[in-house]
Design a protein around this ligand. Structure first.
Ligand code: SAM
Length: 237
């Protein structure tokens, strides 16, 4: 008789994320949609030994396994993906929902830099993670094994459509005074182009929404555009 497999596992974070996203609201729903989004993965002791990342600099992309620590532990067999408008339901395992058993997340991110001067800090691009996210594991991405452009992707067959985004003169003036103005402008545009408004509020046009990016609060509003679609305007930073 073989011993029964363990029915629970203890997992220890190997690192923590510091990102441009202080809050969940506004974060793109998959990695790579906002290439201007900066993040660091800071390894925790005893994993912060530079030996753990020896050879990693030869890889351009990484898989991160992490915990959706800001999601509730409760889960349900059906979820409502925002991609389906927030009404239609699919099975939790047919989705990338954050409300799932074990709350495990998986993101493919670009590795920009590795700093081992004090501990280990990896600079990442395109992460879809809130600041403070605990990372359980990281490993190199192997394009020859893991890229399948011909794969069927159910209700999310391609990247979501984007909205045009403009900035008010007042918002532009704030960006001009900032050292990181160029990259912050790119981040704001990329994040808002994904239309972070909740699906069920999209008809309310006068409402001003706020999304926190880096150290700023970006206030924006939706307007009808010339073609009957929607555009977003940053009214204030
Ligand atoms: N790429 C990952 C995956 O498929 O497992 C994440 C997909 S999930 C739909 C992306 C959303 O997770 C983001 O839009 C953000 O709002 C949310 N999120 C990011 N970090 C989180 C965290 N630590 N806890 C809870 N939600 C988080």
């Amino acid at each position: 008789d073989r011993p029964a497999p363990p029915d629970a596992f203890d997992l220890t974070p190997v690192g923590l994320i510091e990102s441009d996203f202080p809050d969940k609201f506004g974060i793109p729903r998959q990695p790579g949609l906002a290439s201007a989004a900066r993040a660091s993965l800071v390894l925790l002791p005893p994993f912060d030994d530079p030996l753990t990342v020896r050879g990693l600099d030869a890889f351009s992309h990484l898989w991160l396994t992490f915990v959706f620590h800001q999601s509730p532990e409760r889960w349900a067999p059906l979820v409502r993906p925002p991609r389906l408008g927030g009404n239609a339901k699919v099975g939790v395992f047919a989705s990338r929902s954050t409300h799932r058993p074990n709350r495990l997340g998986l993101s493919l991110v670009e590795l920009v830099d590795i700093d081992t001067k004090r501990g280990v800090r990896l600079t990442l691009r395109g992460a879809d993670l809130v600041s403070g996210t605990p990372v359980l594991d990281l490993k190199p991405y192997l394009p020859w094994a893991e890229s399948r452009p011909e794969a069927r992707a159910g209700f999310a067959p391609e990247a979501p459509p984007t909205l045009p985004v403009s900035l008010s003169p007042a918002a532009e003036a704030v960006l001009e005074r900032r050292e990181d103005g160029v990259s912050l402008r790119a981040l704001i545009r990329q994040v808002l182009a994904q239309d972070p408004r909740p699906a069920y509020r999209r008809d309310v046009e006068e409402r001003v929404y706020g999304v926190r990016l880096r150290d700023v609060d970006v206030r924006f509003q939706a307007h009808p555009d010339a073609t009957g679609g929607t555009r977003l305007e940053v009214v204030e930073i």
